[in-house]
Design a protein around this ligand. Structure first.
Ligand SMILES: Cc1cc2nc3c(=O)[nH]c(=O)nc-3n(C[C@H](O)[C@H](O)[C@H](O)COP(=O)(O)O)c2cc1C
Length: 168
């Protein structure tokens, strides 16, 4: 890499993002897998498409490529522990986690701001990551609540929404 990778990471960390846990099932065994991902974005409204990026070294990469469905679970400010758990290499990430199966079987985590159940449309090479593009098939979301934020390598919480409304 020609530019200094530490500076590159630091610069990218200036872009504040929400935090998601992307989930799917291992084809065959149907065991759940999940990974903490901040590289998530909406892509298209019509058709409704979203994308997320997963490192090529991620242990569950092949499951995301082959199961054909995944869920994006958008974490609330109360789910910092969930983010840490699904970013770990712990073998037993799912112990004690409250989740249900969506219509396609993919795990939907309890307590999230929203869960988007998607069918996989495309996987695109992106350097040392893969870009997963999915069509949103079903949505569950809660009214209100604030997101977990990731910024410069730390978790942050937004102030109450009323504080933003006053500025606008
Ligand atoms: C806040 C946060 C955001 C992350 N975002 C991503 C991401 O967008 N893509 C990615 O591949 N890994 C991301 N990671 C790292 C993965 O969650 C971590 O490498 C995970 O352990 C990989 O799953 P595995 O243990 O099953 O390989 C993030 C970690 C944290 C804490």
């Amino acid at each position: 890499m020609s530019l200094d990778s530490r500076s590159f990471r630091k610069a990218l960390g200036c872009f504040a993002s929400g935090v998601t846990v992307v989930t799917t099932l291992i084809p065959g065994s149907n065991d759940p897998v999940g990974v903490t991902v901040s590289a998530f974005s909406s892509l298209s409204l019509d058709p409704p498409l979203v994308l997320f990026c997963l490192g090529n070294q991620t242990s569950s990469l092949e499951s995301f490529k082959s199961f054909g469905h995944f869920a994006i679970n958008i974490l609330s400010e109360h789910q910092r522990d969930m983010s840490i758990r699904f970013a770990s290499r712990n073998e037993d990430k799912w112990q004690g986690v409250n989740w249900t199966k969506g219509a396609s079987g993919v795990p939907l985590l309890g307590g999230c701001l929203a869960s988007l159940e998607c069918s996989l449309s495309q996987v695109v090479d992106g350097g040392d990551h893969k870009i997963f593009i999915g069509k949103v098939e079903r949505i569950t979301h809660q009214e209100g609540g604030s997101p977990l934020i990731y910024f410069r390598g730390s978790y942050l919480e937004l102030g109450p929404p009323s504080a933003l409304a006053e500025i606008i």
